[in-house]
Design a protein around this ligand. Structure first.
Ligand code: G6P
Length: 371
């Protein structure tokens, strides 16, 4: 009923709007006196100190949350991080031992490929930490430690609030590792703690783009395809934006690392093709920002319709943006938490415009319990 949907036409929009609370609850559950606490910790501090390699294994959107984690954990902890699709990891004979930490990210905690991946990892003596939204699900039950996201139940098949909570939880895993092991960047890590505590408000502010994104989606509902470009943490955001559009709107969509543009994707650009670009902060990552500006000017010159997500006050992008979506200023590594939100709304509204069931897209299941 409309009441259950909080007055919205579909659950997904309600869940998109619940994201500030999902994040606040996830963070609140794991911060105390400036320290990160894991749930059900059966890994000792010494084991955390001994970790020399991290694998993040997951499927779907959860995998994209892992891609974001790689940028944060490698930087904060100077630990190599590989992010693997659970279905590939399990059957590839990955190199694992007791100093390997495997982070299994799963909203449901029941995804078959992710479960098999952790069983394989534990059989090789690796330590397994689950990031999960479902209390007592199989993946956390079979892990050495758990970090529960507190996004609440998610009804829309395509993940929104659980995905943002996964990203936040993955940052907490990185901060917990930095605490246990020390960090090369203590000031920066301390600042990230403060930034994270303020992130629910930033996400609340980005919800002011909902009306703009819905209007844009209605204009583009008949597009044949949409491309998404990003660099650094904007790259997983681009992948997630494209995945959402495939899942919900059954539209051909691809996410690319913007640096790969000249190695193929630029050949796809034609008059009127919508291209979504996730700009990094001009202050936080000036070099990447300049490179993306040049990428946008190239695709615009070839006739693409550029839809640009950029930090508020970033005037340099305006000449290259047919549509400009302003994002609240947050630290570079946390940008996916704000940049993802307008793209969720975009896909859901295109799907609605095309007459599709936003909450129950065809052929998809909320949780995939067969390999
Ligand atoms: C399905 C859902 C996705 C989800 C993926 C992984 O494909 O439709 O939204 O990201 O499974 O699910 P998990 O429960 O392991 O996070």
């Amino acid at each position: 009923s409309a009441a259950e949907k909080g007055g919205h036409e579909y659950f997904m929009l309600k869940e998109i709007e619940e994201q500030p609370d999902a994040l606040a609850n996830t963070l609140r559950g794991h911060f105390a006196d400036g320290r990160v606490l894991l749930d059900e910790q059966r890994i000792s501090e010494q084991d955390l100190r001994d970790v020399d390699k991290v694998f993040v294994v997951a499927c779907g959107s959860a995998y994209h949350s892992g891609l974001v984690a790689k940028y944060a954990i490698e930087h904060w902890c100077r630990l190599p991080v590989e992010v693997e699709l659970a279905s590939e990891f399990r059957y590839r004979d990955p190199v694992l031992d007791r100093d390997t930490l495997v982070v299994a990210v799963s909203q449901s905690g029941e995804t078959a490929d992710t479960l098999e991946a952790i069983r394989h990892a534990r059989a090789q003596k690796a330590r397994v930490l689950a990031v999960c939204n479902t209390n007592g699900a199989q993946i956390p039950r079979e892990s050495d430690a758990v970090l529960y996201t507190h996004a609440g139940p998610e009804i829309g098949v395509a993940s929104t609030k659980a995905f943002l909570a996964q990203i936040a939880a993955n940052y907490l895993v990185g901060l917990a590792l930095a605490q246990a092991r020390g960090t090369k960047y203590p000031d920066e890590v301390a600042r990230e703690f403060e930034e994270l505590e303020a992130i629910p408000d930033a996400v609340r502010r980005v919800l002011s783009t909902v009306a703009q994104m819905r209007a844009l989606a209605r204009q583009l509902a008949d597009a044949k395809a949409v491309l998404f470009l990003g660099r650094h943490v904007g790259y997983p955001v681009a992948l997630e934006g494209a995945l959402k559009l495939k899942e919900l709107a059954y539209m051909h969509a691809e996410g690319f690392a913007a640096g790969e543009l000249k190695h193929g994707p630029i050949a796809l650009i034609e008059e009127g093709l919508p291209v979504v670009v996730v700009m990094p902060s001009p202050k936080g990552r000036a070099v990447l920002h300049a490179k993306l500006l040049s990428n946008i000017s190239e695709i615009q010159a070839r006739g693409a319709r550029t839809i640009v997500l950029a930090e508020e006050g970033d005037e340099t992008v305006r000449p290259f943006a047919d549509d400009l979506i302003e994002l609240p200023t947050v630290s570079t590594l946390l940008q996916p938490l704000v940049a993802t939100v307008p793209l969720q709304v975009f896909s859901a509204e295109i799907a609605r415009s095309r007459g599709y069931d936003v909450d129950k897209p065809r052929n998809l299941a909320k949780s995939v319990t067969v390999e």
